[in-house]
Design a protein around this ligand. Structure first.
Ligand code: ZN
Length: 239
């Protein structure tokens, strides 16, 4: 109680006490973990993840906070924080990190990503079994860097899958994983999440258009999508 009294008029002191009394993590890490948990729960609420089938990570300095393996998102609390360094050594928490950690670390190692989202979203996973890249059904492909590629299948959690994924991600911020799911990254959790939602939506559009008997969807050319990329660079907001 004495500490609380002393810290009452001192914001910095209050944060220190919270760190000591809480789980001993700095405030920026605690905030990032809260945001990660909110993003993970949103992925379930939005139907992009069923049960424990996805994982989310966010980078704070040289620490990567990541969802633990086998824990439903509604059981994640401030006390379940899991953090690893960029080599995958656990530096925070006692729960084991997601088994897909190699994919997350590969993205942070090869790009400037600050957040990574992996799901088994249904339409995107369906598309991953049909084509080597998502056909250019919509100009929002440009927001992901162009036609989204499908990384060849490899067993989950392996370095091989991480390597296949990195090749598929070249010059893109999203890819599909064959017979598995999606992976996107961004400068923030909300950006990475939004890219997953856009990717799933585009896969749904292509599947929907492709299932009309006797008709084949019109596709955009690479030039048309490249033109949109230029506009996005110039104007920020897609129309
Ligand atoms: Zn997975």
């Amino acid at each position: 109680m004495a500490e609380q009294g002393r810290d009452a008029g001192d914001g910095q002191g209050a944060r220190d006490v919270r760190a000591v009394r809480g789980r001993g993590v700095p405030d920026d890490v605690a905030r990032a973990w809260d945001e990660l948990v909110a993003t993970a729960r949103r992925s379930v609420a939005d139907g992009l993840v069923v049960g424990t089938s996805g994982n989310v990570s966010v980078r704070v300095g040289d620490t990567v906070l990541v969802t633990p393996t086998g824990v439903p998102y509604d059981r994640l609390t401030p006390d379940t924080v899991v953090g690893v360094d960029l080599d995958g050594r656990q530096v925070l928490g006692s729960l084991r990190p997601t088994s897909e950690l190699p994919m997350h670390l590969a993205v942070y190692g090869a790009t400037g990503a600050r957040a990574v989202v992996h799901t088994h979203a249904v339409h995107a996973t369906a598309v991953s079994t049909l084509v080597p890249e998502l056909p250019l059904i919509h100009y929002m492909s440009a927001a992901l860097g162009g036609a989204v590629r499908v990384a060849p299948y490899a067993t989950y959690g392996t370095q091989e899958l991480a390597e296949n994924m990195l090749r598929a991600l070249a010059d893109r911020t999203a890819c599909l994983l064959q017979n598995h799911g999606t992976l996107t990254y961004g400068a923030t959790l909300s950006e990475a999440y939004d890219r997953t939602a856009q990717l799933e939506w585009m896969c749904r559009v292509w599947l929907t258009a492709s299932t009309v008997p006797g008709l084949t969807p019109t596709l955009l050319s690479r030039e048309q999508v490249a033109e949109v990329e230029e506009r996005l660079r110039g104007y920020g907001q897609p129309g």
